[in-house]
Ligand binder design. Structure first.
Ligand SMILES: Nc1ncnc2c1ncn2[C@@H]1O[C@H](COP(=O)(O)OP(=O)(O)OP(=O)(O)O)[C@@H](O)[C@H]1O
Length: 509
């Protein structure tokens, strides 16, 4: 096969005889710059012709004449396309296309459009993907003398691109998760930091003094007190008065999550750590709280197995994710809270003694609301303001309202008071005055327990007890007649006493 590529004319032929600068300019867009007959390798004195150089080029080079007849292909072109020189040299690209050797070749397009053409193609032999650029080379007469085609294999590049896209997608998912995590932390922080500690009592002043003493240090604090007494509010005060105040404050209620999930929630897990685990793994609350504070609420209810792991975290200051192999160092301040008597729990071997000692370095006890009647008033006012604002009302407490509230036991403490005030503000007319009649249903709630803590005079205290007994009988009996039967008195006595004691008779006569 005779052509530019044939060995016999390799060292003697030129592509085109561009002699003037003007002619060279015509070739400005051409992949092969100008006419290179030989290149001197000055050190060795050897001379390489263009064809030999072409075989050192990584991209495939294909050159056709103005009719589309193949004149030259380099080795890379053969490698990329999987074709042979014998198939190509001397043959017209249009014929090769017709024979199915090529599909959508750019050379006929370059000849037709008389300008550079770019395309992405695929080798029919080995399905390699190619980026193809065809350039026309014009002669002095303005006719196309050559078409120079450069083919760059992009299979690897496309694979890399796909891999990169997959990685970018994954990164976006992680980023979204991270942002969501950050938002959750923000939300949690806002929710809790917006809660002030309301008090006027000496007892709570003692609690606030303790907060001030310990807040600045990383000491573990154990907050004890009945349910709803404000343990979380106190924990938040400690965090907000500590150098960690701008970091996360994470709260975990150990009873709110099934024991089987608690470990994963606290420590997180690596991907595929167990059946049902998220494929991306999960960051635990300890890690989320890094540099900040974590409140382990209801620690007295933490499963024993987890108590040992928590002890390790406190000692080693690092955690291990479930299914993980590398410990993760942590800088977290731990505050524990419980409504249980942990010492009794320890005696009954339901709580680890060593963990108890570890977390009770600085205990804070919050007395129940029934022992702090001045706080009851301050808190009631605080909640009234909050819910009047929320429901756009001006409800007040008056008449015997406060007196009757003070005589109640408040087993649910601040939380119960808050719920009752919200409910009353919501259902009352805008300017309502909440008096003893409004609060008397408290006494038919069945939750009332004996008052031990406030001596307010025998008469008032006996009246309280009497009020509770009658309210309870009315609630259980469902009518004044049945209440009278239960208490072995006349029905008229029940009616008279209820009226005197401020019990609303919502039950049947
Ligand atoms: N002294 C207080 N000042 C302000 N809000 C209070 C106070 N005491 C209780 N509360 C309110 O009562 C509700 C319950 O408080 P908190 O969650 O802190 O109680 P807790 O002791 O942690 O309860 P639990 O034992 O059920 O976890 C909260 O809405 C809180 O705002």
């Amino acid at each position: 096969m005779q052509g530019l590529n044939s060995p016999s004319n390799r060292k003697t032929r030129k592509f085109l005889d561009f002699t003037s600068e003007k002619d060279a300019d015509l070739c400005g867009s051409c992949a092969i710059d100008g006419i290179l007959e030989y290149i001197d390798t000055s050190d060795s004195g050897e001379r390489l012709d263009f064809y030999e150089i072409g075989d050192f080029i990584y991209d495939g080079i294909y050159i056709a004449d103005g009719e589309g007849k193949t004149l030259y292909v380099n080795d890379s072109f053969l490698r990329i396309t999987g074709l042979t020189r014998e198939t190509l040299i001397g043959n017209r690209v249009q014929d090769l296309e017709a024979q199915g050797v090529y599909l959508n070749a750019v050379t006929p397009e370059v000849l037709r459009q008389r300008r550079p053409v770019h395309s992405i193609g695929e080798s029919l032999c080995n399905h390699a993907k190619m980026l193809i650029t065809g350039n026309p080379v014009f002669g002095q007469d303005g006719k196309i003398k050559l078409v120079v085609v450069v083919e760059r294999e992009i299979t690897d590049f496309l694979t890399m691109k796909m891999e990169l896209e997959a990685i970018q997608k994954k990164m976006k998912t992680v980023e979204r998760g991270h942002i969501r995590g950050k938002r959750e932390v923000e939300h949690l922080r806002e929710e809790t930091t917006s809660k002030p500690l309301v008090y006027t009592s000496r007892e709570m002043q003692g609690v606030v003094d303790a907060i001030d003493q310990v807040a600045g240090f990383d000491t573990t604090v154990l907050i004890q007190g009945e349910t709803g007494v404000g343990k979380e509010v106190v924990a938040n005060q400690i965090h907000m008065k500590s150098p960690r105040k701008d970091q996360a404050f994470i709260k975990l209620n150990c009873t709110a999550i099934p024991a089987s999930l608690l470990e994963a929630e606290l420590f997180g897990y690596e991907k595929g750590a167990f059946t049902g685990a998220s494929v991306n793994g999960k960051i635990g609350l300890f890690e989320l709280a890094d540099k900040g504070t974590i409140l382990l609420d209801e620690i007295g209810d933490m499963p024993q197995e987890l108590q040992s792991k928590l002890l390790r975290v406190l000692q080693e200051k690092e955690i291990m994710r479930i299914g993980g192999t590398k410990p993760i160092p942590l800088d977290v301040r731990i505050i524990a809270a419980t409504h249980r008597d942990l010492e009794t729990q320890v005696k009954e071997e339901r709580f680890r003694q060593d963990l108890f000692y570890r977390i009770s370095i600085f205990p804070i006890h919050i007395p129940p609301l029934r022992q702090r009647s001045v706080d009851l008033l301050a808190l009631a006012e605080h909640f009234l303001t909050r819910y009047n604002t929320k429901y756009r009302k001006s409800v007040t407490i008056g008449g015997g309202g406060y007196a009757i509230m003070r005589s109640y036991n408040w087993p649910g403490n601040g939380r119960e008071l808050q719920n009752i005030i919200e409910r009353l503000v919501l259902i009352s007319p805008p300017d309502a005055v909440l008096d003893e009649n409004t609060f008397s249903p408290l006494y038919s709630s069945g939750k009332v327990t004996p008052i031990r803590d406030s001596y307010r005079g025998l008469k008032a205290m006996v009246a309280d007890v009497e009020r509770r007994i009658i309210a309870s009988a009315l609630a259980d009996g469902g009518s004044t007649r049945k209440a009278a039967d239960l208490l072995k008195v006349d029905q008229s006595t029940i009616v008279k006493k209820a009226k005197r004691l401020g019990i609303a008779l919502t039950v049947k006569e």
